[in-house]
Design a protein around this ligand. Structure first.
Ligand code: FES
Length: 106
């Protein structure tokens, strides 16, 4: 089972074992990562599951939908090239060991 490491703005790191196919947001929620709020429960209607992926990681992710692109505009934290809404990212085996940064605000 892949492990994801969520790194919050205060430096706290939380490692979560997550079954393939769950979303990165669900992994954060299951791991009680407080910086991922996910108000809408994954319905792509809140932008409070914003996370930062590295530019290398982004090359392995599915492309953003137009709706995700639009919703990211509502994110409270600064947008970076690796900004994604984590409810839209399914966990895969190749993500094992990834460190995913959580913004300082949602
Ligand atoms: S949880 Fe609301 S957009 Fe991802």
């Amino acid at each position: 089972m892949p492990q994801l490491i969520f790194k919050e703005a205060d430096g706290t790191e939380t490692t979560v074992d997550v079954p393939v196919g769950k979303s990165v947001m669900e992994a954060a929620r299951d791991g009680n990562v407080s910086g991922v709020v996910a108000d809408c429960g994954g319905a792509l209607a809140c932008a409070t599951c914003h996370c930062y992926f590295t530019e290398e990681q982004v090359t392995h992710l599915p492309a953003k939908s137009e709706t995700e692109e639009d919703m990211l505009e509502f994110a409270n934290a600064e947008l970076r090239p690796g900004s994604r809404l984590s409810c839209q990212i399914p966990v895969t085996d190749e993500m094992d060991g990834w460190v995913i940064e959580v913004p300082d605000t949602q």
